[in-house]
Design a protein around this ligand. Structure first.
Ligand code: TXA
Ligand code: MG
Length: 335
């Protein structure tokens, strides 16, 4: 397929493709999305084809105003409205009862729909110009690492979609928090940059889905997508635990040419071998912003193995670790 690269000044061109039932990749503040008209089942099908996505994994529907939420959900309830008033537009997705106009291809046959109102101006303008909500998963081949820069998304999806909007690097760098607000208390199905702590400050009963609580065994994944392999670069990933001094001295002796160590700014200069910088450990939003592109860069550089220091699972650290536990398949090196 011929893919057109579209500049952010020419979003009418991208909107035209959406209206014609084609697929368009566009930037959001979390990761790039691979969008199509949420009300056009043929367009939606093309999303699944472009990224080899299993059909039982529902798509998030993107809107450009709170009033559009009423179009796609039959129950934009008080809890959802409270959350929306604090965090929308922004990096959060609300799972709500769906309205009849959401087809099975989008909801994967569920009675609910994930709704996101992105704050990125390009995403908002594209939705408004298209005149329809846009269904969009992260713009990557299923199972691989989500794309957060134009060059990464172009490399992954050129030839597989009708258009790619050339935007800037994504601000947050990990996908939105998915929050189920269909029950009595809000439940986080996927942690993101809107953290548990931030949500509890607004609704104190907000909790994590049991599958996200370390050490809890559950039969059902938090959301359909959570059961699939995710965030896997070609290289093998290990999380590393232990004192930073021990980690540095171990890898000074043992890191092979084909291996790379991700490090925080605080230790970066003291290490002399293959390394990539995660930003400062005093602000894990920097790690979130960088992590996917560094995983992709390590693949491009030909590394076979990536070692990444584990971080405390609180705040955005919980969200980053959620992704990295999947990238590593749970492999941990304790030093
Ligand atoms: O930041 C984001 O959310 C990005 C950008 C493009 O908006 N989108 C994204 O979509 O990450 P995707 O498809 O890669 O991940 C959506 C996740 C999946 O795990 C899916 O199973 C879950 O949300 N999900 C979607 N609809 C759901 C629903 N109705 N109930 C439960 N989980 C749902
Ligand atoms: Mg995804």
């Amino acid at each position: 397929m011929n893919t057109i690269v579209i500049s952010t000044d020419c979003l009418s061109e991208a909107a035209k493709l959406i209206q014609q039932g084609e697929t368009v990749v566009f930037p959001t503040e979390t990761v790039y999305g691979l969008g199509a008209d949420a009300f056009n089942p043929d367009g939606v099908l093309k999303i699944f084809q472009a990224k080899n996505r299993p059909a039982d994994n529902p798509l998030i529907v993107h809107v450009s105003s709170l009033s559009m939420i009423e179009e796609v959900s039959s129950d934009f309830n008080e809890t959802a409205k409270t959350i929306a008033s604090h965090f929308m537009p922004g990096p959060i997705t609300l799972v709500l009862k769906k309205s009849d106009c959401i087809c099975d291809a989008v909801s994967a046959g569920l009675s609910t729909v994930g709704v996101r109102f992105p704050k990125h101006p390009v995403a908002q303008e594209l939705i408004t110009k298209s005149g329809t909500p846009i269904a969009a998963p992260s713009a990557n081949i299923s199972g691989s690492v989500s794309a957060t820069t134009f060059s990464d998304v172009y490399r992954d999806l050129n030839g597989r979609v009708a258009g790619i909007v050339q935007g800037d690097d994504c601000e947050f760098g990990i996908e939105s928090t998915v929050l189920d607000v269909t029950g009595d208390t809000p439940v986080i199905l996927r942690p993101g940059s809107v953290t548990l702590e931030m949500l509890q400050a607004v609704i104190p009963t907000t909790r994590l889905h049991p599958s996200l609580v370390a050490g809890t065994k559950v039969e059902k994944p938090a959301s359909p997508g959570m059961k699939y392999t995710h965030y896997s670069p070609k290289a093998e990933v290990f999380l590393v635990t232990g004192e930073m001094n021990n980690i540095i001295s171990h890898f000074e002796n043992h890191l092979k040419d084909s291996e790379c160590l991700f490090l925080f700014l605080e230790e970066y200069d003291s290490f002399s071998k293959n390394k990539m910088c995660l930003g400062t450990k005093s602000d894990l939003n920097q790690m979130a912003h960088l992590i996917f592109r560094l995983l992709k860069q390590a693949d491009l550089d030909g590394y076979q193995t990536i070692y990444i220091p584990a971080v405390a699972e609180e705040g955005v650290g919980l969200s980053v670790m959620n992704r990295l536990k999947k990238s590593s398949g749970g492999k941990v090196l304790s030093l």
